[in-house]
Design a protein around this ligand. Sequence first.
Ligand SMILES: Nc1ncnc2c1ncn2[C@@H]1O[C@H](COP(=O)(O)OP(=O)(O)OP(=O)(O)O)[C@@H](O)[C@H]1O
Length: 219
Amino acid sequence: MEDISLNIHNLKKKYDDKPIINNLSITINFNRKITLITGMNGSGKSTLAKIIAGIILPDEGTLQISNHTNFSKWTKRTTYYLSSAERGMFYKLNSRQNIEYLTSLKGTNKNDVLKKLSNYCEKLNCKDILEMSAEKLSTGQKKKVFILSALCSNCQLLLLDEPTNGLDDESFYAFIEILAKLRLEKKIVLISHDKRFLDMPNIERIIFEKNGEIYWEGC
Ligand SMILES: Nc1ncnc2c1ncn2[C@@H]1O[C@H](COP(=O)(O)OP(=O)(O)OP(=O)(O)O)[C@@H](O)[C@H]1O
């Protein structure tokens, strides 16, 4: 695994003249740990994740990944952003076809996806949803389709925004076990209010307060 760090320097973002991220500077040295971003509602966590993923642009500031000169090119190719408000699914296709489509957007080879898919489905106890048409899925089952797409993609950096909303307890702990292994292969940033993540070993925590200011870091 490539040893990289993410350097964010003097980042600023406003919406309608309201500062959301205010001069944020932080370095995330993944070091095979999972980065957990927690904090108040509206403090700017998803905004930061979208900036890292290249979905929105900051007003000011820079983002750099060590050894890569062109951050936006790097992030478009290697970052998978699982949005908390994920809705983009083709309801006439089944779950497997949706997963194949979503991972193809990141250039992941279909055979590589299928190899990983059955293993992750077994762990998340959801083999039965693969051939189900997406319009018949429950909320938690839909969430699993998005989680599976992130897990099966070939992306190096996974930005998982509230990935466990809607998961039952058993699936939550199965997901934690998957992440605990996956952190050795990929860089993982979790954005979550779920306090159960704090019991995970190998977690670095970043807490946001209002206006995107960090008041505590490390765990
Ligand atoms: N497209 C937008 N236009 C205007 N304001 C926005 C937009 N997106 C987010 N905001 C505002 O920016 C602030 C930060 O939103 P963001 O979604 O980053 O917060 P968050 O920390 O992820 O919150 P939560 O914990 O509730 O998910 C909020 O006040 C929100 O209303």
